[in-house]
Structures are given as C-alpha cells and as structure tokens.
Design a protein around this ligand. Structure first.
Ligand SMILES: Nc1ncnc2c1ncn2[C@@H]1O[C@H](COP(=O)(O)OP(=O)(O)OP(=O)(O)O)[C@@H](O)[C@H]1O
Length: 347
C-alpha cells in the first residue's frame, strides 16, 4: 500500500497515484491522481472537456487499465484482480443507455442477473421492484420495448438495470446528458431521492456545474491533465473556491447558487439564530429547518411576506395556530444578510 493516502475504514474507492497514458498521445490523460471516496458517498467529477473525467471513472471498473498506480475497492487492491468479478460489484450507467431493442424492459433489467444464473421468476420480480424504485409502474412498463419509452424513461431503466445485481458502487457517465433540461432536472431530483433509499457509493461524471452542485455530497473539480483543483462539498466550493480556475469554472452566479444549498438550519446557526420574535403569523411564510434559503426567498416574494417562520419539520403540515408556540421568525433582510455573510464567503 502506498503512503500517499490515508486508510479510512469507511473508504469504498481509493485511487492511489493512478495515471493513464493512451497509446500515441503526447500527454497523459490522467497524471498522478490520488483520491478517496467514502462508502455511501455521492461524488461528482466535473470539469472541462478532455480533462480526464471519463478516463478516471473507467479506471475504477478497469474498462480503462491504468498505466500506473493502484485502485482499491473496499479495502482490496483490485488493480490486477479479475475484471469480471470486479465489475459484478459495480453498476455502470452511460448516456447512450444501450438497452437491447428486441428485449422487453423487464428482460433488459434482468440481463445481468440472467448471466449470473438467477432464475426467471426471481429476475422478473426483481425487475418489477426496480421499476417501482425508479418511478415506473411495472404493470405498464415491464412488458414494453425500449422504443416505446421516452428518453427520460429509458434513462430510468438504465439506472434500474445498473442496480439489478445490487452492486455497492455505481459509476455514471453523463447519464442525463441526452435528456432535455426539464426532464433532466426531474431525473436529478428523483435520483437524489432514490439515493436516500439505496445509499450506494456513486461516482458521477458531468460537464454541468449546476448538476454537480445539486447532486454531489462532494464534487471533484478537474482541471486539464486531471489536476484535481478542488475536492470538497458544494457549499465549500462555492464559498471558498481553491483557486482562480475553480472560481472561473463555477462562474458568475455563485452567490445565487449558494442560496440553493444553504438551509434555514444553516441560517439559524448564524447570528439571527438567538432572536425569537413574536409576530403575527400571517406576515410570514412557513419553512422548515431543511428548506433552502432559495426556497424560502421564493415563498416570501410570492406571498409579499416580511419573513419566514421556521416550524419543526414534523409539524410542518399543522395549522398556523397549532404551531404558534414553536415558531422562530427570520425577517427577510436577516435572511438575505446571513445568506451573504456565511463565513468564508467571497462572492
Ligand atoms: N481511447 C483513447 N485513446 C486515445 N486518447 C484518448 C482516449 N480516450 C480519451 N483520450 C484522450 O484523453 C484525454 C482525456 O479524455 P477523457 O474522455 O477522459 O476526458 P473527459 O474529461 O471525460 O472529457 P469529456 O468531458 O469531453 O468527455 C483527452 O485528451 C482525450 O482525447
């Protein structure tokens, strides 16, 4: 084992000084790269075209063999392990979904389990469960053929298929890249909900910084030649960009993007948190600790309210009078001020 990386017990994937030099290319596609991904973590690789995101992703399941360095999965050095066994534990979703046109959706999902010898009845009931999981009614879709589904629906089937053998790891290469922006945002939201249920270790490649910020627990921002410019939480990337490259890549609008990541809970942890105001509830809209500042501002502006009342999540659907004893008021100007004064903010 190399001394370059720590050996956290919750580490699922570790790339240790991996490089890739494609044949006939002057420069390596990936120069020594070391990073660790935790069990159950959703990590997004983002960066400009050609910076080595896909190559790095594909070295994890060894669709691309590294030129040097080591790959560790769940504490085992798999750099030279049997690839079939390695890939059994790693689901793979790509933009060109690759559903087989002559097989039904259920049979497409059951393809890998079939190769693994799972009996037909079990395969079909698993396919039905997975369709349900990705939001497609199995009664409607299991017997259909891929051409009878929209692009977004096919992409969901791609995800279901990758989950069929219940792999602990999912690699996803621009999986929503071919879907129109509205369907794409819907898929992102659904996929986050799905991840809350399945808690896989996910590595996801995208060009789209907004997609990265929305989805990732942490995002790895790649610069040319796979230089890892920053590997951090979305909020830290927006609040403390590591260098000018990251600042430029995140681009204009960083402060607005931050509003979608900061929660009311974050705001209450700031200076306004100690103030309890008693104000009539009709002047405020209700939010919970997990609402984002962006959502709160939308509600305030739509209702022309003076601020927000923070109500407990569990009681969020109760009537205003029932909640009166447990509310906390944040005035609109405090909300805006705290959001822009998060420690370390540089926008
Ligand atoms: N099979 C290959 N043979 C030779 N060079 C390759 C091969 N695959 C990728 N490259 C080169 O390696 C570099 C990294 O490519 P890679 O696809 O990993 O980047 P990327 O960041 O995923 O790009 P994109 O966002 O455009 O998909 C690029 O310069 C690319 O041209």
């Amino acid at each position: 084992m190399s001394e370059h990386v720590s050996t956290g017990t919750d580490t699922m994937i570790r790339l240790d000084q991996v490089t890739k030099q494609y044949h006939g290319q002057d420069r390596p596609a990936v120069s020594p790269l070391t990073l660790e991904i935790k069990n159950g973590e959703f990590v997004v690789f983002v960066g400009p075209s050609g910076c080595g995101k896909t190559t790095t992703l594909r070295m994890i399941n060894r669709l691309v063999e590294p030129t040097s360095g080591e790959i560790w999965i769940n504490g085992q050095n798999v750099t030279h392990a049997d690839v079939n066994e390695l890939r059994r534990g790693i689901g793979y979703v790509i933009q060109q979904i690759g559903l087989l046109p002559h097989l039904t959706i259920a049979d497409n999902i059951g393809l890998v389990p079939k190769l693994l010898g799972t009996p037909k009845g079990e395969r079909h009931s698993r396919a039905a469960d997975l369709l349900e999981l990705v939001g497609l009614d199995p009664k409607v879709y299991a017997g259909r053929y891929p051409r009878q589904l929209s692009g977004g629906q096919q992409q969901r089937v791609g995800v279901a298929r990758a989950l069929a053998a219940d792999p602990p790891i999912m690699l996803m290469d621009e999986p929503f890249g071919a879907v129109d922006p509205i369907a794409r945002e819907k898929l992102q939201v659904e996929f986050l909900k799905l991840q809350e249920k399945i808690r896989k270790t996910i590595v996801f490649v995208t060009h789209d910084i907004d997609e990265a910020l929305r989805l990732g627990d942490r995002i790895a921002i790649f610069d040319v030649g796979s230089r890892l410019a920053q590997f951090d939480t979305p909020l830290n990337v927006l609040t403390n960009p590591a260098d000018d490259f990251v600042r430029d890549f995140v681009g204009a609008g960083a402060s607005v993007r931050r509003l979608s990541l900061l929660t009311i809970g974050d705001v209450l942890a700031g200076p306004v948190g100690d103030d309890d105001h008693s104000i009539p509830l009709h002047d405020a809209v209700q939010v919970t600790l997990t609402s984002t500042v962006h959502q709160a501002l939308e509600l305030v502006l739509a209702a022309r309210a003076d601020g927000v009342c923070v109500v407990p999540d569990l009681a969020a659907e109760g009537s205003p009078t029932e909640l009166a004893g447990s509310t906390k008021f944040i005035a609109l100007q405090d909300l805006l001020m705290t959001a822009s004064n998060t420690p370390g903010g540089r926008q």
